[in-house]
Write a protein that binds this ligand. Structure first.
Ligand code: NAD
Length: 492
């Protein structure tokens, strides 16, 4: 763990095995925080708060800017750690660090972002202004699939606003968080402003219940997100809880089918489908459905599956043996429920990696919304294709789904794109863009069961989440005239 500017060993009883998913080997063990460890981390963050809050926004931003530079210099090192513990390819991991450090780049604009508003002369001798102030100790809880990027969605923004932070990364991929803590220290961040504790749900519960924590940012699966939202609210904590997804791509008959199939192959099978914005369902509209499926099948079948650091590997393993077995069981269920298996990844054998957690790219066609493979977030390289007769039917399918993270439309029609953008009940929409992850200066967040809370992460909403607004109304009179007592409601 990283507490008060140094690495410390957890004193809890629990511990987790960290695997290399490409070999199945346990490569390190992570100790879980005891409740005393959680207390120590929160106490360090609490003690660091007054002076960090008093540090000028410009000086806070300069630390974040130096950290951004260190992330650039250490991008490859971080990517290798991520690839080793998560399984994704090194090139994909480099991309994820890049998207994360863009949030630090955004946060380095803090002096501008933290400006309030002022209205002069709203009444006789009366001005009114607003100020944004930090909350105190903020907590981040993050999933396994983006060991650097998702924490980076949170802490640069939180810290630059003047808060201090305790991060609880996924116990499956604990190393990147501690490496980033070291880089923050190297960038000049004072001790205690950023802390990392490891653990599981129990550790998270202790952080949420702690009387000195003020806000919780969570990213993970929907059942846990829903629970975190309720628990944090019950403790009076500000909370944003981002959950799981089932992202649909709608392919209209007029789309460039080759371009769409290329884009969808990357979006469905990149990172072995373990992205919250992965396309996991395609809705093929009209008479081109068979051609869409065939083009996807050809491309997916040609992908090279292997270890994330292997030469020319397109797709790595999934995170655990349990997840591999779960995906195989879903493929069995899809077949049993009558979907047509267009490509079967169950029997994949990666030479030299028998113990690895591999599932090959898998495609189901003629999937119905009542099937398990459609209803559940499988979170792996399994793509389901549904058929629809019209754009309206496709929109209805997307809107009936409980998740609302991302969606994409492939078309050459501006009118269809406009209709889709307007009617679809999803937080992030792509038009001929398969994974519409907003840039750091916009905010990232879905709708419905993909986000519990009002504010998304980073961008303007991130600044609002990590600050409280105060509105000051002041009267300064130029004369000594005494206005006299007034018992009526003042109107200005
Ligand atoms: P997860 O929900 O199992 O775990 C996420 C975090 O919560 C981890 O740090 C974990 O230790 C902790 N946790 C687990 N059980 C808990 C409990 N009962 N109480 C409190 N904390 C608990 O998710 P995961 O498997 O690590 O990640 C994959 C999931 O995350 C997928 O559902 C994916 O869609 C989702 N995800 C969503 C987004 C998004 O932006 N919406 C981004 C990335 C991942």
């Amino acid at each position: 763990m990283w507490v008060n500017g140094r690495t410390v060993t957890a004193s809890g009883d629990g511990r987790g095995d960290v695997h290399n998913p490409a070999t199945g080997a346990v490569i390190r063990r992570v100790g879980f925080a005891s409740s005393d460890d959680v207390d120590r981390a929160v106490a360090a963050a609490s003690a660091a708060f007054p002076s960090w809050r008093a540090t000028t926004p410009l000086n806070r931003a300069r630390v974040i800017e130096r950290f951004r530079q260190l992330l650039v210099e250490n991008r490859e090192v971080l990517a290798r750690v991520i690839s080793e513990e998560h399984g994704k390819t090194v090139a994909d991991a480099v991309g994820s660090v890049q998207r994360g450090l863009e949030v630090a780049e955004f946060a380095a604009g803090a002096p501008h972002l933290l400006q309030g508003d002022l209205s002069e002369a709203v009444g006789a001798d009366v001005d009114c202004h607003s100020i944004l102030q930090p909350l105190g100790v903020c907590v981040g809880v993050t999933p396994f699939n983006f060991p650097a990027m998702v924490p980076l969605w949170m802490f640069p923004v939180s810290i630059v606003c003047g808060n201090t932070f305790v991060l609880k990364p996924s116990e499956k991929v604990p190393s990147a968080a501690v490496r980033m803590a070291e880089l923050l220290a190297e960038a000049g961040l004072p001790d205690g402003v950023f802390n990392v504790v490891h653990g599981d749900g129990e550790t998270v519960d202790a952080l949420i219940a702690h009387r000195e924590t003020r806000a919780v940012s969570f990213v993970g699966s929907t059942p846990v997100a829903r629970r975190i939202y309720a628990t944090a609210a019950a403790h009076g904590k500000r909370v944003q809880a981002l959950g799981g997804a089932k992202n649909h791509a709608v392919v209209l008959p007029d789309a460039d089918l080759d371009a769409a199939a290329d884009a969808l192959t990357g979006a469905a099978f990149g990172s072995a489908g373990q992205r919250c914005m992965a396309v996991s369902a395609v809705v093929a509209v009209g008479p081109n459905g068979d051609r869409v499926v065939e083009k996807l099948r050809e491309r997916a079948a040609a992908l090279k599956v292997g270890p994330g650091d292997g030469a020319e590997v397109d797709m790595g393993p999934v995170i655990t043996a349990g997840q591999r077995d779960r995906l195989r069981a879903y493929i069995d269920a899809g077949e049993a429920e009558g979907a047509r298996l267009a490509l079967d990844g169950r029997g994949l054998d990666v030479r030299g990696h028998r113990g690895g957690f591999f599932v090959g790219p898998t495609i189901f066609d003629h999937v119905r919304p009542d099937m398990t493979i459609y209803r559940d977030e499988m979170f792996g390289p399994v793509l389901v294709v549904l058929r629809a007769e019209s754009l309206e039917e496709a929109i209805a399918i997307v809107n009936d789904n409980p998740y609302g993270n991302g969606t994409a439309l492939f078309t050459r029609s501006g009118g269809a794109a406009r209709r889709f953008e307007n009617a679809v009940e999803v937080g992030m929409v792509g038009i001929n863009v398969p994974i519409p992850v907003p840039m750091a200066f916009f905010s990232f967040g879905g709708w419905k069961s993909s986000l519990f809370g009002d504010l998304a992460v980073h961008g303007r909403e991130g600044i609002y989440f990590y600050t409280r607004r105060k509105v000051v109304t002041s009267r300064w009179m130029e004369t000594d005239a005494v206005p006299g007592p007034g018992l009526d409601m003042p109107t200005m």
